[in-house]
Design a protein around this ligand. Structure first.
Ligand code: ZN
Length: 340
């Protein structure tokens, strides 16, 4: 592992703080995602620069230079970091190059990335979790270009005349964001040795942690996230998987809306209605899912256990609701956009 970290250091000219962070992170990632994914994790980090914005650096100019193109970038305004996988098409060959970009410049001026701050590290861990589940996955499928990160899939069409890619659809973005935030918290807990919550998407991550209590589902999800398989859909059934995915998408989308809409009461109300409906559907899904499991496990006398579980679910939902009702996270995400 030391040799590997030394290679990373030489390749990307990482400073001592980054190297010390990666030396702690790598064993944690492998422990969490499993030895079976070790090679994928190491290859992903070997082929992705983690770039810290320099004092006078314009991110858009840096990205165009890095990817050798001339694009208009729609970058998250406030997010501390983002992961991006740039797809390119040359004849019949499709390839992709990733980057993790750490933003250091805000309205108040330049603030160096703080490796001593768990909240900052957590943001970076989140993006690295996206990377390791997304590296080397771009492919052609039924004439469309598909790129995936974990369970999420993005579909593109390539226009050979203008040499541009057009996004034509996505699947499971919200669900993967929830799961990735759960991963972030778990990996942070391993690194720091103390229970950790994720920085963003707190409510979604809490609900994802409920799902992961079903160990069989958790293992099917992990397999699908790394191997691009449909194990998790097979496990839940197509209809249930779709219900879960669409509701997480609604929830996630409702966390993002343009700043100008923040003062439009009607739009804010609509967003909250959509969000609360999605959350209530997901809670219903989880209650049903675990009820069925209990019935399977305890076919006799399961009523009492079900009732107990239901009450527990209701209590958890009550805990979640005040958090959802406040605007903090909505505001926090309002200025971010589609770049993960
Ligand atoms: Zn994310």
């Amino acid at each position: 592992m030391e040799e590997y970290v030394e290679t990373l250091k030489c390749k990307y000219n990482y400073n001592e703080e980054m190297i010390s962070f990666l030396s702690k992170l790598l064993p944690a990632l492998i422990q969490y995602y499993g030895e079976e994914n070790k090679e994928k994790i190491l290859t992903a980090l070997l082929n992705c620069e983690i770039h810290e914005q320099q004092e006078y650096e314009n991110p858009k100019e840096y990205l165009n230079k890095y990817f050798m193109n001339e694009k208009e970038w729609d970058l998250p305004f406030l997010a501390g970091a983002f992961y991006h996988n740039e797809i390119s098409v040359h004849g019949d060959t499709i390839s992709a190059k990733p980057i993790i970009y750490l933003k250091t410049k805000y309205l108040m001026g330049c603030r160096k990335f703080d490796f001593g701050n768990d909240d900052s590290i957590s943001i970076l861990v989140h993006e690295i979790c996206h990377l390791v589940k997304g590296y080397g996955k771009v492919k052609l499928e039924n004439g469309k270009i598909v790129d995936s990160t974990g369970l999420s899939r993005e579909y593109y069409e390539y226009d050979s005349e203008t040499e541009t890619l057009k996004e034509i659809g996505t699947d499971n973005l919200g669900l993967e964001e929830a799961l990735n935030s759960y991963d972030e918290a778990q990996v942070m807990t391993i690194i720091t040795g103390i229970p950790h919550e994720c920085g963003g998407y707190k409510g979604m991550s809490k609900v994802a942690s409920k799902l992961m209590e079903d160990r069989n589902l958790a293992s099917a999800i992990k397999k699908s996230q790394f191997n691009d398989s449909v194990d998790w859909i097979d496990y839940l059934g197509k209809e249930k998987a779709e219900k879960l995915s669409l509701n997480f998408d609604s929830w996630c989308k409702s966390l993002y809306f343009p700043l100008e809409d923040m003062f439009d009461d009607e739009k804010v109300k609509q967003k909250h209605l959509i969000m609360n409906r999605a959350i209530s559907n997901i809670n219903e899904f989880i209650t049903e899912h675990f009820e069925r499991q209990i019935i399977n496990e305890y076919p006799q006398g399961s009523q009492e256990i079900i009732l107990k579980r239901k009450r527990e679910m209701e209590r958890q939902q009550m805990e979640l609701n005040p958090q959802i009702a406040n605007f903090d996270q909505v505001l926090e995400n309002a200025q971010n956009n589609q770049v993960k």
